[in-house]
Design a protein around this ligand. Sequence first.
Ligand code: EPU
Length: 420
Amino acid sequence: MEVLEIEGGKSLKGTIRISGAKNSSVALIPASILSDEGAVTLLNVPEIKDTDSLTDILAFIGADVERSTESMVIDSTNVTNKEIPEEFAKKLRASYYFMGAMLGKYKHAELFFPGGCSIGERPINLHLKGFEALGGVVTNIGKKYIVDAKELKGADIYLDIASVGATINIMLAAVKAKGVTRIENAAKEPEIVDVAMLLNSMGAKIEGAGTNLIKITGVDKLHGCSHEIIPDRIEAGTYMIIGAVAGNYLKIDNVIPKHLEALISTLEEMNVELDVGDDYVIVNKPEKYKPVVIKTLPYPGFPTDLQQPFSVLMTQAEGDSKITETIWENRFMHVPHLVNMGANIDVSGMKAFIHGPTKLYGTIVEATDLRAGATMVAAAIIAEGKTTITNINHILRGYENIVEKLSDVGASIKRVEVED
Ligand code: EPU
């Protein structure tokens, strides 16, 4: 098995360039099959396991994909509407975007329940409710879903929770439906705006993406286009947190600071020195950190995906910090590993109480999920001695060239093959 070995205690200086957003790419790749004529070119596609897995699905359904460094040209001329087998679907959560895209294109989709991080129950009832409102009939056989529609018709859909996945999946299914669809209480994440921009460049008529009311006027046909994916705000945030614990003039480049306002203001509240430019943030480790209280919320609130790495910073604050997680029921799986490294953290339900400052020590820890893995990397960078991180597949699913990016700024980090 492969592990990450990190020698802690190095200060990080230089520039880390942020890749295209994982959570945009994983929706844009399935969205591209909606083109009726012409290829879709995606630029700034991160080279991570999740985009590899989606490329495998594209190839399986017959798309012609040309992939070169950070770009993908997807020609869907020969795509056929096949059932996507379980071994493909379970590799990542976002395989379910093929449900909306297939339904939108063929009015029929067959897909197994998706995989992804075990950070909560992760139901897809709102996606299915949206498909049904558009005229789809959903059948569930074991772990498989079949959605079939005689005709897709625009509808008013209210989401009980502002779900990122449901908002995107409904957009994909509705772009070619007859008439107007309105998604109320839509999610507002930047990735949703990115998907709407791609679809509009393909000829769709979507208004209001980025607000809680999205209006989609169905069109008959979509066509190819070229689209550049936004920078990954969660990758950027992760490296900003790493900069806050170990940075000596660490520049995080190719960032949209507006997407990171909640993190930036919380870092400032903790006393972290930041220089925020138009498309970069420079981070310096301060002498002392103030403790803070955070609550994860949908965008533009503090992102749940950064709560775990942020807890490392809280272990270094002078006093008691608190995290309230409101999105996922099971997002403190990293805590026992941080405690093994020397942190003092109590978890009660969806709250974590972090008592700092504590010194961290290298040991063997596990990446229990993607962001927990990033948390272990951040902790290892400031720990005394060597940390070995197992189950690194989770990290490689979401962080492009993490070893190279961190080595280039002075971290001692390597991938090592060890016996199981
Ligand atoms: N929910 C339902 N029913 C649904 C859909 C969602 O009850 O049909 C609930 C979920 O259980 C959760 C809440 O609604 O409690 C929000 O879920 P959402 O659908 O917004 O999340 P998602 O689309 O499954 C995306 C990201 C996650 C990120 C969340 C929240 C992708 C592929 N994943 O998940 O990213 O945490 O939005 O911002 O875009 C990550 O990158 O590490 C990650 C987990």
